[in-house]
Design a protein around this ligand. Structure first.
Ligand code: SAM
Length: 288
């Protein structure tokens, strides 16, 4: 299929259009094309999107689709899609449907047999993860924690032994309370990367521990938008669960040998405890 054919706007389709999270230059060519060619644009905040469109020199019909009108507005949008019109869904910033209204309309489209296409753009969570300097291979996105203290603490406790890197969105006025609850649940030494104002003039990443972050923000008022990326429980929690993990690999193997296991069996057992393969542990013994 020719490039221009592939990028032709389809009638009766919803386009999820990613928009910048702070830097207008991050808008993609395809996002501009789709926004200028669809029949109408559904926006979380029409005033905000009107400003974006003005900067891009795009005129278009804007309809409001946000948390508190999403049921009625969602039904009207589906009707228009079913009648053959095309629609772009945008939110205030970033990827629609990620901690944003959008999730519901995608589900309604799927149920109604409406085609949904994606025009990928910036996402605060993924951008922060990439900058965090924490393991990125496996991660969990938690979005916003509950504003209710009991629910928030309960959720954090459920996550204490989660070994994957954790990603949270947080508003500046709740940052200190959240960091304090996290330090209580995950331990003060858990590493955190606080990613602030990404792609904006004051973009900043503070890579530290929960205790030191809390100390820092007791002296500096949090400002701007934050993503918190927290190291997984590997390291900290597993050591508390199994004291043998505080030993060196040699001591760990020697412990099982002293219990009467043959050397290879002791290596196998210690490797299992440490979440390593037998050869990885063996290599760490001979490298010494
Ligand atoms: N859908 C958007 C996305 O995935 O990028 C996120 C929308 S959510 C309503 C807004 C939250 O995303 C903010 O409270 C903040 O936690 C995070 N966020 C958005 N823009 C950001 C930025 N430039 N820097 C850091 N965090 C940002």
């Amino acid at each position: 299929m020719a490039e221009n054919e592939k990028n032709k706007i389809e009638g009766g389709a919803l386009y999820l259009v990613g928009t910048p999270i702070g830097n207008l230059a991050d808008i993609s060519e395809r996002a501009k094309k789709v926004l200028s060619e669809v029949d109408f644009i559904a926006a979380e905040d029409t005033r905000n999107t009107a400003k974006l469109l003005l900067c891009l020199g795009i005129r278009g019909e804007l309809v409001s689709y946000f948390e508190h009108n999403k049921k009625a507005s969602g039904e009207r949008i589906i009707e228009r899609l079913l009648s053959g019109e095309s629609c772009a869904l945008v939110t205030d910033a970033g990827m629609p449907a990620i901690s944003d209204p959008g999730e519901d309309i995608v589900r309604l489209c799927a149920e109604a047999g409406v085609r949904v296409l994606v025009v990928p753009g910036p996402c605060a969570a993924v951008s922060a993860l990439a900058l965090s300097a924490l393991p990125t291979g496996k991660f969990v996105f938690e979005g916003f924690l509950s504003a209710n203290k009991g629910e928030r603490r309960a959720r954090l406790l459920e996550l204490t032994s989660e070994s994957r890197t954790l990603i949270f969105y947080e508003a500046p006025h709740k940052l200190k309370t959240t960091l304090s609850d996290m330090a209580d649940a995950f331990g003060e030494e858990r590493r955190v990367s606080l990613c602030r104002e990404l792609t904006k003039i004051n973009e900043e990443v503070i890579r530290t521990t929960l205790a030191r972050a809390l100390e820092y923000y007791t002296e500096h008022e949090p400002r701007g938008e934050y993503v918190l990326v927290i190291e997984g429980a590997d390291g900290c929690a597993r050591k508390e669960e199994n004291p043998l993990l505080t030993l060196t690999p040699e001591e760990h193997v020697a412990h099982y040998e002293a219990e009467g296991l043959k050397r290879m069996d002791a290596i196998k057992k210690a490797a299992k405890d440490r979440g390593l393969s037998k050869s990885e542990l063996y290599n760490s013994l001979i490298e010494k």
